[in-house]
Structures are given as C-alpha cells and as structure tokens.
Ligand binder design. Structure first.
Ligand code: MG
Length: 160
C-alpha cells in the first residue's frame, strides 16, 4: 500500500436569494446562499470528496446520501468530521489540502483566514495544512452570472 496518495474533489451548488451562505464552515454575509440537501457548503463538500477519493472510500454521496432525511439541512462540518474518522480508520492522516472557490461575488478573500481556522479545528490539523483560494470566472458561465458556486480541492494523505 502506498504511503502517500492524492485525491481530488469538485462540486457545484445553486445560489438562491435569502438563504444563509455557508462556505468553508462559516456563514459569509451575502444576499444569496447555496441551495442543497445539507447546508450546501461547497468547500467542505469538495474537501470531503478529495479525502474520500484519496483513500479510495467512494464519495460524499455514497456516505451521506441526499435521499436520507438524516442529512437534511445538516451542518457539513459533521460530514467532514466523519470523513476524517473514515480516513484515520484506514490508517491515513492529512498531508495538505489545496482548494479553489469559484464565485462571482461576494469577495471571499477577507473570510479565508476564518475558514482556515474553523476547518483546521474540525479536521484536527494545523491551519497551515489548509489552503483556500478564490477566483471569479470573469462573468462567464453559471458562476459568472451569479447562478451558482463551484469549488475544487486536491489533497495529499499520508499513511500514519
Ligand atoms: Mg455538494
């Protein structure tokens, strides 16, 4: 078995007016929020998917199906806690996360240090292991029109 493995995650959620905008474990002040079965935290979802992929543990929908009422409106931080438990149960520890949020507005950069702090605490790792980047899509596509938010994450995991 390999001592280091990589994983990748991608996710999209629609944006709708009047919803709380959960992103990276915090609520970002905005006129719109992400729509989903859970709290629709797209950054946490891609980190979970990247971690699960790295450990070859299927995907977030396999473990937390959106048809299961247990997960209706759930705080995605709970999904991340369970994902880290699954990862460690298979003998792995986080190496690092690098992620990108694609969003036209609001500006995410001011919120990144708080997201890093919250996610590090949830994952039980140092904040320096969690990189979060943000970009617009130059007004192109569904992100550019403000209809949705997308995110990508890659992770490295290390055999403990
Ligand atoms: Mg999702």
């Amino acid at each position: 078995m390999s001592t280091i493995r990589t994983g990748f995650g991608y996710d999209v959620h629609q944006l709708q007016p009047g919803l709380p905008f959960w992103l990276g474990g915090i609520v970002v002040p905005h006129t719109h929020g992400a729509l989903g079965h859970s709290d629709a935290d797209v950054l946490i979802h891609v980190i979970c998917d990247a971690l699960l992929g790295a450990a070859n543990l299927r995907d977030i929908g396999f473990h937390f199906p959106d048809t299961d009422p247990t997960y209706k409106g759930i705080d995605s931080k709970k999904l991340l806690v369970e994902t880290m438990r699954l990862l460690r149960a298979k003998g792995y520890e986080l190496g690092n996360v690098d992620s990108t949020i694609c969003l036209e507005r609001p500006k995410i950069n001011p919120h990144i240090p708080e997201m890093q702090r919250v996610l590090a605490e949830v994952m039980g790792v140092e904040a320096d292991l969690i990189s979060i980047k943000a970009t617009t899509t130059e007004k192109l596509g569904f992100v550019g029109r403000g209809e949705g938010v997308a995110a990508y994450a890659s992770v490295l995991i290390v055999k403990a």
